[in-house]
Design a protein around this ligand. Structure first.
Ligand code: CUA
Length: 183
């Protein structure tokens, strides 16, 4: 069966590129360059870059840090009240260590994130306004220390958002934010 598309005739590949075609090629190249430059621009202007510091840590060493945090924290009905401004959270298959935690609104905490086994996610949402959220990754072998301040009291739901095995769906917990003593 013959193709319905007419084959081009003659030495079609030997004709000079039409001006309109060239214009489009320049537009494509320019757009690509602008987008490439924007990647660099965004990391400086975007204010959405990972913050804090990251340290290498073994699972065992991190486990000890978390357990010393939970030992020093005051165990209340709502959750752990940290003794200072450092908060240690560990993710593991399939649960969380150091949570639920009770924090004061308006106070800056140094939140340490780490994993005992595989990669997990740290996705936090305001229970009253689920659209307000932030998502971070937790990598085994690293302790990530992030300064965090919760402006408003409330319950912040936390889930693992990185598929980490059969129990992934049960990896949830919460952060309770209460009015600060000073406010
Ligand atoms: Cu941990 Cu999914």
């Amino acid at each position: 069966m013959a193709s319905p598309i007419e084959p081009p005739t003659g030495y079609w590949w030997n004709h000079p590129v039409a001006d309109t075609e060239k214009t489009w090629l320049w537009i494509c190249l320019l757009t690509a360059l602008i987008l490439f430059g924007w990647m660099v621009g965004w990391s400086h202007l975007g204010e959405q870059n990972p913050t804090g510091h990251t340290y290498r840590v073994s699972a065992e060493a991190y486990r000890q840090k978390v357990s010393s945090f939970t030992n020093q924290a005051v165990d209340t009905e709502q959750g752990l009240r940290p003794a200072g401004t450092d908060v240690y959270v560990a993710a593991y298959q399939w649960g969380w260590d150091g949570l639920p935690v009770v924090l004061e609104a308006g106070k800056e905490y140094q939140v340490h994130l780490g994993s005992y086994d595989v990669q997990h996610g740290f996705s936090v949402r305001d229970q009253e306004d689920l659209i307000r959220q932030f998502n971070l990754q937790i990598l085994p072998g690293y302790e990530w220390v992030i300064p965090m301040t919760f402006d408003e009291p409330g319950t912040y739901r936390l889930i693992c958002n990185e598929f980490c095995g059969l129990g992934h769906r049960v990896m949830q917990n919460k952060i309770i934010v209460v009015e600060g003593d000073s406010s």
